[in-house]
Write a protein that binds this ligand. Structure first.
Ligand SMILES: C[S@@+](CC[C@H](N)C(=O)[O-])C[C@H]1O[C@@H](n2cnc3c(N)ncnc32)[C@H](O)[C@@H]1O
Length: 175
């Protein structure tokens, strides 16, 4: 059996990785200063990225910090509409470069946008299996929740919904 091939589509500082040079992984980021294996736009991957991956990691920017903030410098700066476009188009591109039965590990913080709304953007290509909150931030003054961070595991659909328009209708009918 061959080893799994992993594609990290938002590598950044690789903070989440135990081995930041994991030999199974190809690290992609749009910012050259992150020193990814391949500088690429996850919405439109060039042929050097290849295809046939078994696992994709996707940890997109999730919030609008101010453009010159430390957070923006660390994680990149995108507006809300740009984040929506990034998630939707990367879901499709990740589908294109993966094999049948591949998995997507998705990390999300719901400070600005609910997990449910973002999963809906992934769902045409990726079916959510299970997930868990890994952290919750609360306001200092009280117990009000500010945001939670989630890790979600999704599996690649073999019938991508927005290509097969009929599949979407059939799913709606079942509700
Ligand atoms: C939240 S950070 C990822 C942090 C990373 N997972 C870690 O462990 O350090 C999001 C990353 O996505 C990258 N990014 C934003 N838009 C992108 C795009 N269109 N294609 C590829 N990477 C993108 C940013 O440059 C940033 O490094």
């Amino acid at each position: 059996m061959s080893e799994p091939r992993i594609l990290d589509l938002s590598a950044g500082n690789r903070a989440m990785w135990y081995d930041k040079n994991c030999p199974l992984a190809t690290f992609v980021d749009i910012r050259p200063e992150m020193k990814p294996d391949i500088v690429a736009d996850s919405r439109n991957l060039q042929s050097t990225v290849g295809e046939g991956y078994d696992l994709v990691v996707f940890d997109p920017p999730h919030t609008n910090f101010s453009k010159n903030s430390d957070m923006a410098k660390t994680y990149g700066y995108l507006t809300g509409p740009e984040i929506v476009r990034l998630v939707k188009e990367t879901a499709r591109e990740a589908y294109r470069v993966t094999s049948y039965g591949a998995f997507l590990i998705f990390k999300w913080n719901d400070r600005d946008r609910s997990l449910k709304s973002v999963l809906e953007m992934l769902e045409p290509y990726w079916m959510p299996l299970f997930g868990q909150i890994s952290a919750t931030r609360r306001r200092r003054s009280g117990s009000d929740k500010m945001s939670s961070t989630y890790w979600i595991t999704l599996v690649r659909r073999d019938d991508p919904i927005d290509i097969l328009g009929d599949a979407l209708v059939a799913r709606e009918d079942k509700k």
